[in-house]
Design a protein around this ligand. Sequence first.
Ligand code: GLN
Length: 189
Amino acid sequence: MKTIGVLALQGAVSEHLSQIEGLGHKAVPITLPAQLATIDGLILPGGESTAMHILLGTFDFIPALITFIEEGHGVFGTCAGMVLLSQLNEGAFLEAEVVRNGFGRQIDSFEYHLPVELETGTISFPTVFIRAPFYASVGNAVKVLARIDTKIVAVETPTLLATAFHPELTEDTRLLAYFIDKKVTASQS
Ligand code: GLN
């Protein structure tokens, strides 16, 4: 069993918590930087990335998050979390050119069946996009897992996973299971 935190300053937190527990792991809402020392992996949820960024600064989270990633802990950013991952430490962990709200007003929110090319094979996910961002391009160290046309909507590095969509708003927990199995190492007992 691994302990997975969900940043709980703002945004879609509860769905992640219940899906983590549904997979048999311990889920912890994270509201203080010191809590990062008690978890194995972290989810940066969807919400509003500007608000989240401001709150991260207010609660002095940024240095602790940088250390957490530098230590090799897995982090999964969904939607606003995907925006944050590309901005953290000026893109040093996940180099990408992010376009916020990148799907335009007409299709602000939509559902899409998306093939995602995971290390374990390509699986087709029901995905929910809500005022979603995309990456226009990524650095060499970042692997693209899914695109819609030319828009990059899922990526990974050895310890990070980012999706423009909200896997927690569907019943399909395979991507969360992939994150926990492949990116998170159990270090806490
Ligand atoms: N558009 C939002 C942002 O950039 C993200 C939307 C979401 O997380 N559903 O913060």
